[in-house]
Design a protein around this ligand. Structure first.
Ligand code: 3HC
Length: 283
């Protein structure tokens, strides 16, 4: 449910593991963008010799794209990957709770909201779990499986087994803002944005320092553009509400980029400018 960058990536990961997927978003445009995302990503895998043409066709044929949430009524597991807003997620989970059989697992790809709070908005809190993928979902090997005080142990085991079937490494943790990876990552990303904002260092130099000096695959500003500046801002806001740690108080430049609609790769411009929206090619 939800076919933004993460939702489309997750649909692809599930389909590439041989599962039948129903990929839903609310508007026809969003569904077409999601379909385009999967087509582009699988085409890239074919071009790199990671997927045969016939396999690509099979992957695409396993995904049924739809604008109707009712099409999720027979799902064994639903992964929601809609925007990081509690009220919106709670509303979608309530709809899924009413639609799906009582044993369907409702998994949230939330990156910072409380899974416990989401779980108790449903009539099946024991079958709600966090399943947090990383961007780009087809590439990154980690899934954080978030178990709350009410999650049934068998649900955690099922989701761990699913993560393994998807070729991912699952780490199971409790419910805390940012879980492991984002809790450690976002203070660093925010600090990098502040260095650029203050004029202390240029964006290329900050990124080069972390790539070439610390061996990271990507510098922090390029990574913010990949994640999406709006998503980063929402994650920082949630973490700041919980931690009150100024490390998580969004750098003004992040807020300004969001206000200006410069959200990173997905809009074609963020800290860097790209050849086209969704492209990784910096111009
Ligand atoms: N979608 C699908 N596949 C992609 C992709 C995308 N957007 N971008 C790259 N790939 C694939 C390529 O096809 C290639 O596959 P191959 O190895 O099978 O040929 C592989 O990834 C490597 O790509 P490239 O050679 O083009 O480029 P790089 O070696 O620079 O890798 C990268 C690109 C994988 C994005 C790498 O730079 C990286 O790991 N960056 C860090 C990403 C990261 O930290 N993600 C986590 C963000 S935090 C998060 O997601 C949490 C959330 O809550 C915000």
């Amino acid at each position: 449910m939800g076919l933004g960058t993460m939702g489309a990536g997750i649909a692809e990961v599930l389909a590439r593991a041989g599962l039948s997927v129903t990929a839903v978003d609310v508007g026809a445009d969003a569904v077409e963008r999601g379909r385009g995302h999967v087509e582009q990503s699988t085409a890239r895998a074919v071009a790199r010799g990671r997927l045969a043409d016939t396999e690509r066709d099979e992957v695409l044929s396993r995904i049924r794209f739809s604008t109707r949430m009712a099409d999720l009524a027979d799902a064994e597991l639903v992964v929601e990957a809609i925007p990081e807003r509690m009220a919106l997620k709670a509303q979608v989970l309530a709809t899924l709770d009413a639609l799906c059989p009582p044993d369907t697992i409702l998994a949230s790809n939330t990156s910072s909201l409380s899974v416990t709070e989401l779980a108790v908005t449903t009539g099946r809190p024991g079958r709600v779990v966090g399943m947090h993928f990383f961007n780009p979902a087809p590439v990154m090997k980690l899934v954080e499986v978030v178990s709350t005080v009410v999650t049934e142990p068998s649900v955690v085991e099922d989701v761990e087994a699913l993560a393994a079937r998807l070729g991912k490494v699952g780490v199971t943790i409790g419910d805390r803002a940012g879980f492991i990876a984002n809790a450690l990552l976002f203070g660093y990303l925010n600090h990098a944005a502040t260095m650029v904002q203050d004029g202390y260092a240029g964006r290329e130099d900050v990124d080069a320092a972390m790539r070439l000096g610390c061996g990271l695959p990507m510098g922090p500003l390029a990574l913010l553009d990949l994640i999406g500046i709006d998503t980063a801002q929402e994650i920082l806001a949630t973490m700041y509400r919980q931690s009150r740690n100024r490390l998580h108080a969004s750098s003004p430049v992040i807020t300004q980029l969001v206000t200006a609609g410069l959200l990173g790769r997905k809009t074609g411009r963020g800290f860097y400018s790209y050849a086209a929206p969704h492209s990784g090619e910096v111009v």
